[in-house]
Design a protein around this ligand. Sequence first.
Ligand code: ADE
Length: 220
Amino acid sequence: MIAFFAAEPEEAEALREALAAREALEAPFPLHRGEGLLVAETGVGKVAAAMAVAHVLTRFRPSESFFLGVAGALDPSLRALDLLLAERAVQWDVDLTPFGRAPGETALGVRFFPSDPGLLKRAERAARALGLPARRGVVATGDRFLAERKEAERLRALHGADAVEMEGAAALMVAYRFRHPMALVRAVTDGAGEGATGDFQAFLKAASRRLGLLARALVE
Ligand code: ADE
């Protein structure tokens, strides 16, 4: 069984529609089953994402999973609705630098949590087959909606990150601890600068629909 995770109601709804996941299951968050697949609506932020991923992996033991959702672009060459295939993700708000660790490095000694390379390649092929603009890159994750150009530039410089969001590195950290193959794919809604909240709202539905198309291609 393959599990799909998305944080926001709009994102998860698009996945449920695209994947015909209609059977509601008992869980501390919206969780639906389709044929050979699950769609989990984790809620926003690192704690919510980590809790939902751990629950689904423990209770349902999927063979692989994808975390899909929207992101703010840190790389100014990314356009609205472009797909970013995350090779790895870092928690930009983890700071153990007083102990000599690198910025974002967890106490596990891991700074960047990787997507499963085989699953990422599958997502890349699916995006190409659908004719969707997609490229590989690095995601920065933190419990803050970024709407400040200066801070966006700082994160890009510090971590080499191409996009920012609020769940990916936490989900990949749980997958890493469970030795579970997961890939993270994001669709751009905004530029994480001063107009980010308006752009986020303007592009959330279209970006979610695009991720639904990708999800369907991944199971076909
Ligand atoms: N998700 C989409 N846009 C975002 C932003 N600017 N900051 C954090 N998460 C986001």
